[in-house]
Write a protein that binds this ligand. Structure first.
Ligand SMILES: [Zn+2]
Length: 154
């Protein structure tokens, strides 16, 4: 889309039309090192969320006033719970790398399962391409800490 508008100078038009900005979280994937950007707001405690949930609660309370009365205001708690769960699930879904299948949240809590997820992702990729999955050689292990280092005296 061109930023030029007939009758206006391009520089003036660029000043009038600003790109939408918002909370953008930019980072590099820990495995494939691809730069990534997520347009998600990590702060759940913003006033706009409280206002939205409050309006939802108000509408729910008014719609069910015949049955619940003012007790319908308690629905704020389950609405907030639903919002927070869905929001966190959305963040988690978007944070998974589409290039290598790395899930940073899973890696923070369960590293072996995160490795298995990456392996599963690549197995699925190879299967989609119709290529046999290459056999993995075990990674070289660091020297064991149990084995004492040999000290040579001169
Ligand atoms: Zn990645």
């Amino acid at each position: 889309m061109s930023a030029e508008k007939p009758g206006l100078e391009p520089e003036i038009w660029k000043q009038l039309v600003k790109p939408k900005t918002g909370p953008i979280w930019s980072f590099y994937c820990a495995i494939c090192e691809v730069p990534r950007k997520l347009k998600l707001d990590w702060n759940l405690n913003r006033p706009i969320h409280w206002v939205r949930i409050g309006l939802t609660t108000a509408v729910f309370t008014l719609a069910t006033f015949h049955w619940f009365g003012w007790k319908g205001l308690v629905s704020f708690v389950p609405f907030w719970t639903l919002f927070e769960v869905s929001y966190r699930l959305r963040i988690r879904r978007h944070s998974r790398c589409p290039h290598c299948g790395f899930d940073p949240f899973l890696a923070m809590t369960n590293v072996p399962q995160a490795k298995a997820e990456v392996a599963r992702f690549w197995a699925q990729k190879f299967e989609e391409l119709g290529v046999e999955v290459p056999a993995q050689e075990p990674l070289p292990q660091p020297p064991s800490a149990e084995k004492p280092a040999q000290v040579t005296q001169t």
